[in-house]
Design a protein around this ligand. Structure first.
Ligand SMILES: C[S@@+](CC[C@H](N)C(=O)[O-])C[C@H]1O[C@@H](n2cnc3c(N)ncnc32)[C@H](O)[C@@H]1O
Length: 230
């Protein structure tokens, strides 16, 4: 199947690559970190979570194991083919309009930093449109030194190295970031656009969508919980 890459996004390495440059096989190999516990600590037990940009289900599966129900959304059918035990919906997050509300809507993986402001607006409107009254939206943001601590790398105990190799301005407040994932038998790269957001810009973007931060879930401020504005 031919997929159209988003402009400014690119991926290299074995197997299928999504329009935003993510490699499907890479995501089947990446271990899940602390995220499922952060999420579990911030939402009611057994909640129904709408996970936007689920990929292969790296977090989905860990959330299911913790007793949540998950509806997983992604524009890549190749990614969703790996999801087990959750309802899957293949399509663009921005255009998602289910006749349904969820206890929790989750927008992880820094998607809120989309290079294109209209895409970001669409993502946040989807969050707001699908959150139930009294529910919440969980958003993962970039950390403070995301664009300044360059290059940086981390050797994962499971045996691969992840490196943010470069991070260059490309105009209009947008940066082009190149990530490399080096395994003993394969190398993947992803180049993507990121629009850094100050705290004020982030809050403004949420406000435009009718959302506001109600809790910071991690000391580094990368995970926040938002609710609908009154
Ligand atoms: C970086 S991957 C992360 C996947 C998963 N959240 C994880 O942590 O393993 C981003 C995923 O979001 C999907 N995605 C990105 N932008 C999207 C959009 N606008 N609509 C639907 N899916 C999108 C990609 O296809 C990809 O599977």
């Amino acid at each position: 199947m031919t997929v159209e890459m988003r402009e400014g996004y690119q991926g290299t390495g074995p197997g299928a690559i999504t329009p935003d440059g993510c490699a499907v096989e890479l995501y089947t190999r990446l271990p899940v970190g602390a995220e499922p516990d952060i999420i579990a600590g911030a939402v009611p037990a057994g909640a129904h979570i709408l996970e936007l940009g689920s990929g292969v289900g790296r977090m989905t599966h860990a959330l299911l194991q913790r007793g949540f129900t998950v509806t997983a959304v992604d524009e890549s059918a190749e990614m969703l083919a790996h999801v087990r035990g959750a309802r899957t919906i293949c399509g663009s997050i921005e255009k998602l309009d289910l006749d349904e509300k969820f206890d929790v809507v989750m927008l992880a993986s820094f998607l809120v930093h989309a290079g294109d402001i209209e895409v970001r607006r669409g993502l946040l409107r989807t969050c707001a449109r699908h959150v139930a009254e009294g529910g919440c939206v969980l958003i993962q943001r970039e950390g403070e030194d995301y664009h300044t601590d360059i290059p940086r790398e981390r050797v994962d105990p499971s045996g691969f190295t992840v490196r943010i190799a470069s991070d260059e301005p490309v105009g209009d407040g947008v940066r082009s970031v190149r990530a490399e994932y080096v395994f003993p038998d394969a190398v993947w790269t992803q180049t993507f656009l990121s629009r850094p957001l100050t705290q004020e810009q982030f809050q403004q973007a949420l406000a435009e969508a009718g959302l506001e931060v109600d809790a910071c879930l991690t000391p580094d401020g990368t995970w926040v919980r938002a609710v609908a504005t009154a």
